[in-house]
Design a protein around this ligand. Structure first.
Ligand SMILES: Cc1cc2nc3c(=O)[nH]c(=O)nc-3n(C[C@H](O)[C@H](O)[C@H](O)COP(=O)(O)OP(=O)(O)OC[C@H]3O[C@@H](n4cnc5c(N)ncnc54)[C@H](O)[C@@H]3O)c2cc1C
Length: 430
C-alpha cells in the first residue's frame, strides 16, 4: 500500500502508553514529537530517587500474559531487566503454586495441591473456572465481582484466600465493587491461559530503565523529538490541525496520552469533545501505597513476593537488585491503612514482616509513597472511550481506553500500540 502522508504526530504524555505509541509510529517512519510534563518519562511507572538509590514510584508486578509489554521490551532490548517465575502465591496459611505442566493441567494440579483450602473449596474453584470457560469468559451483563462469585456459590474461605486477593491485586478495586467482566478477563488470561501466561514477572531494573527511557531514546534515534518538563497547557484548533500551548507547536494530529484525570481540563479548548471530557470526568480513582525499606543486611524472603496476611495486608517484594537489604511492601486500593500516620503504618508492617521472617536486620532508611490516583476504579460497565475521538486527528492512548484489561502496564502499552495502528491505517501506511 502506498504511503500518502507522513505528517507528524504530537503526543501529550510520556507514560507507558504515550511511549508505546511513539515507538510504534517512529518505527514506521512517522515524525513524532512527545511532550512530557514531568522531569522523567514513565508516568505512573517511573523511577524515583531515594537518597541516591533509584527505586520505583510504586512496586509493580507483571504476568506472563503481558504479551504486548514484554514484546516491546524485547524490541527495545530491555527484557533482561525482568525475572520470570512460575506463579507461586503464598500468604500465611495459604499457598497456590502452579507447576510446570501444560495448560490446563497446571491449574488443576496447582489447585489440588493448594495449601490452606478444603477439598470442597478446591472443587468449587475448579467448577467456577469451568463454568467461565464454557461461556468464553464473557458475561451477558457486567456486575460486581462479589455477586458473580455468590451466583457461582463460591465458599467464603475460597473467596477470602484466592479470589479477593487476585481481584484487588489485578483490578486495584475490591470485589464488592469491581467489574466481574474485567475480573473474568484477568482469570482467562492468567490462570486459564497457557502455563507461561500465569508466570509472575518481576522487574529487576527500575521502572525507568525497564522501558520508558529506552523507548524515548528509540524515538529520538528515529529522528523524533522528546521533551521533558514540557507541560501541554491547552490544545485548540489551528487551521486544519491543532495548536499545543506550552511547547507552542502546531500539529495535524494529537494523541492525548495523559492521565485520564487530566484529560477533561486538556479537552476544554476543543468544545467538540466536551462529551468525552464529561465521560472520563465521571471516572473515580483508587490509590496504591508502597513502603520502601532499606535494611543494614539483605533480607532473604522465601519467595521473591510474599503475602504478609489476609485482606489488605501488604505483599513484600525482595529488591536486592536495587541495593542489598532493600524490600518493598505494597498495598492495593483504599483502606484504613491510608488514614494512619506513616510511622505507625511502617511499624505495623515491620511487625508483619518480622512475624513471617523472624528478627529483621537494622532498618537504615524508609520511604512511603502513596499514589492517590494510581488507577481508575474498575467498576462494572465502566464507559471507557476508544482510541479514536469525534474530532479527526485527535486520538487517545492510556490504560483507561476501551479494552479487556484493568489499569495496568499491559493495558497502557496495548492502548498505545492500538492508537499508533489506527493512525497508521488512517495515513495509508502498510
Ligand atoms: C503505585 C502503582 C502501582 C501499580 N502497580 C501495577 C502493577 O503491579 N501492575 C501493573 O500492570 N500496573 C500497575 N500500575 C498501573 C500502571 O502503572 C498504569 O496503568 C500505567 O503506568 C498507566 O500508563 P499510562 O501511560 O496510561 O498513564 P500515565 O502513566 O499516567 O502517563 C501519563 C503521562 O502524561 C503526563 N502528562 C499529564 N498531563 C500532561 C500534560 N498536560 N502535558 C504533558 N504531559 C502530561 C504525565 O506526567 C504522565 O507521565 C500501578 C500504578 C501505580 C501508580
Amino acid at each position: 500500500m502506498a504511503t500518502t502522508t507522513t505528517a507528524g504526530v504530537a503526543i501529550v504524555g510520556g507514560g507507558w502508553a504515550g511511549l508505546a505509541c511513539a515507538v510504534e509510529l517512529a518505527d514506521h517512519g512517522v515524525p513524532v514529537r512527545l511532550f512530557e510534563a514531568a522531569r522523567q518519562f514513565g508516568g505512573r511507572a517511573r523511577a524515583v530517587d531515594w537518597h541516591g538509590l533509584r527505586v520505583d514510584n510504586g512496586q509493580h508486578l507483571m504476568i506472563g500474559a503481558y504479551r504486548a509489554t514484554l514484546d516491546l521490551m524485547r524490541r527495545l532490548g530491555t527484557h533482561d531487566g525482568i525475572e520470570r517465575r512460575p506463579l507461586d502465591l503464598r500468604v500465611p496459611g495459604f499457598r497456590l503454586a502452579l507447576p510446570r505442566l501444560p495448560a490446563p493441567l497446571h491449574l488443576a494440579a496447582g489447585l489440588l495441591a493448594a495449601r490452606g483450602l478444603a477439598l470442597a473449596d478446591k472443587l468449587a474453584a475448579a467448577r467456577f473456572m469451568r463454568a467461565l470457560q464454557a461461556t468464553g469468559f464473557r458475561l451477558a451483563t457486567d456486575l460486581p465481582a462479589a455477586e458473580l462469585l455468590a451466583r457461582h456459590r463460591q465458599p467464603a474461605a475460597l473467596v477470602d484466600r484466592l479470589w479477593a486477593p487476585i481481584c484487588i491485586a489485578a483490578l486495584n478495586t475490591p470485589l464488592a465493587t469491581a467489574s466481574a467482566q474485567v475480573f473474568c478477563n484477568v482469570l482467562r488470561d492468567s490462570l486459564a491461559g497457557a502455563r507461561a501466561d500465569s508466570d509472575l514477572v518481576f522487574n529487576r531494573a527500575d521502572l525507568g530503565r525497564l522501558l520508558p527511557e529506552a523507548a524515548a531514546a528509540r524515538v529520538r534515534a528515529r529522528g523524533g523529538e522528546t521533551r521533558l518538563a514540557c507541560k501541554v497547557e491547552a490544545v485548540t484548533r489551528a487551521g486544519a490541525g491543532y495548536r499545543l500551548a506550552g511547547p507552542d507547536v502546531e500539529s495535524d494530529r494529537v494523541v492525548f496520552a495523559c492521565h485520564p484525570a487530566r484529560l477533561p481540563a486538556l479537552l476544554a479548548g476543543l468544545p467538540e469533545l466536551a462529551e468525552l471530557g464529561r465521560r472520563v470526568g465521571a471516572f473515580t480513582w483508587q490509590p496504591l501505597a508502597t513502603l520502601w525499606l532499606r535494611f543494614a543486611k539483605p533480607v532473604a524472603l522465601p519467595l521473591p513476593m510474599l503475602g504478609l496476611g489476609d485482606g489488605q495486608a501488604p505483599w513484600a517484594f525482595e529488591r536486592d537488585d536495587i541495593a542489598p537489604g532493600v524490600v518493598s511492601l505494597v498495598v492495593s486500593a483504599d483502606g484504613p491503612h491510608l488514614r494512619q500516620p506513616p510511622k505507625t503504618l511502617r511499624d505495623d508492617y515491620l511487625a508483619l514482616l518480622a512475624r513471617e521472617l523472624g528478627p529483621l536486620p537494622t532498618l537504615l532508611d524508609w520511604k512511603l509513597i502513596i499514589e492517590k490516583r494510581a488507577t481508575f476504579a474498575c467498576l462494572p460497565g465502566l464507559d471507557r472511550p476508544g482510541n479514536a475521538t469525534a474530532l479527526p486527528g485527535v486520538w487517545l492512548a492510556g490504560d483507561y481506553t476501551a479494552g479487556d484489561y484493568p489499569a495496568t502496564l499491559e493495558g497502557a502499552v496495548r492502548s498505545g500500540l492500538a492508537c499508533a495502528h489506527r493512525i497508521l491505517e488512517n495515513d495509508g501506511h502498510d
